[in-house]
Design a protein around this ligand. Structure first.
Ligand SMILES: NC(=O)c1ccc[n+]([C@@H]2O[C@H](COP(=O)([O-])OP(=O)(O)OC[C@H]3O[C@@H](n4cnc5c(N)ncnc54)[C@H](OP(=O)(O)O)[C@@H]3O)[C@@H](O)[C@H]2O)c1
Length: 279
């Protein structure tokens, strides 16, 4: 099966491409060669590669940056995604498109299901939700994979950032009022492959299992690495980020398990392996 991939230099791509490369024939591009907002470039690449499936990993992911530049974020995360879906529809290709927990407002007291009401509280979330809708409108057979709290080789992420900060300062303050499931980006390779191979459509939640706050995540990282770091819990308000983040991001993974048979492993097991192997 041939896959055409956008956003191929990002964090998720860096973590899953080695695995996908062993199962599929890949053509990989990033913004320098394929800006997903360009329909003509997309059409050219569709004609060149004639993919069975397009995997759209491209997005504007700077959550606070999106707050300042919602128009730009909308062009990429919504209209760009819609453009890719339109090209797939015209070419008879399938599409797997990535989305996020930020489509929810995070006030639900239990894990989020795919059909739960959305209510993004940030520009990033609003534009990603608009992208989901455009994709499914233009290509109802597309699969939308929502994930969260990714770390891995190939991009800046919380694990690297917090260990850098701790090494430099010996102490860190970490948000303790947002709960989610830290997810090793590499662990998305198998479910994404399965969604491609089985030709699944609709929305799927995919993450490692179990949950913690960012504070608890940091403590777990320091404990595994035997680092002695003074770690203080703070609130999101104290951190004062521009964009609002969901207080609860935890996913219900029942649909993924039922459709693919894949049971995602716990976030601590994944983190231990990531830190032991260097990703
Ligand atoms: N990381 C997470 O925790 C997380 C959580 C939930 C969902 N997701 C979703 O997962 C997907 C992959 O995210 P990621 O973490 O791999 O993000 P990433 O590291 O920022 O990768 C996205 C890639 O897309 C590129 N890009 C930006 N605008 C583009 C455009 N107009 N055309 C083509 N490429 C463009 C980026 O290039 P530049 O770097 O040059 O901008 C980057 O290489 C995204 O859909 C994201 O929303 C990520």
């Amino acid at each position: 099966m041939k896959l055409l991939i956008s956003g191929g230099k990002g964090l998720l791509a860096g973590s899953i491409l080695p695995y996908l490369g062993g199962r599929f024939d890949l053509a990989v591009y990033d913004i320098d060669e394929w800006d997903i907002t360009s329909a003509s470039k997309g059409r050219e690449l569709m004609e060149l590669h004639r993919p069975d499936v397009v995997l759209n990993l491209a997005a504007m992911t700077d959550v606070d940056g999106c707050e300042d530049g919602e128009d730009m974020a909308r062009r990429v995360n919504a209209e760009g995604a819609g453009t890719v879906a339109g090209l797939c529809a015209a070419a008879g290709a399938r599409l797997v498109h990535m989305s996020t927990d930020y489509v929810f407002d995070g006030t639900k007291g239990s894990p989020y299901r795919e059909d739960d009401e959305t209510g993004p509280a940030s520009a990033y979330g609003r534009t990603k939700l608009a992208g989901e809708r455009m994709v499914l409108e233009r290509l109802p057979g597309a699969a939308v994979v929502r994930t969260q709290w990714l770390y891995g080789k190939g991009g800046r992420n919380f694990v690297d950032t917090i260990t850098d900060l701790a090494r430099r300062h010996g102490k860190v303050r970490v948000v303790n009022d947002q709960r989610g499931s830290p997810t090793w980006a590499r662990d998305l390779a198998a479910p994404i492959s399965s969604i491609v191979e089985k030709g699944l459509s609709g929305i799927y939640h995919v993450s490692n299992t179990g949950s913690c706050t960012w504070f608890e995540f940091a403590k777990a990282i320091f404990s595994i690495l035997n680092m002695n770091v003074e770690t203080s819990p703070i609130t999101s308000g104290e951190l004062g980020r521009k964009a609002a983040r969901p207080a609860n991001s935890v996913f219900d993974l029942t649909k993924l398990e039922g459709s693919t048979g894949i049971r995602m492993r716990g976030w601590m097991d994944a983190l231990r392996e990531y830190l032991a192997t260097g990703g």
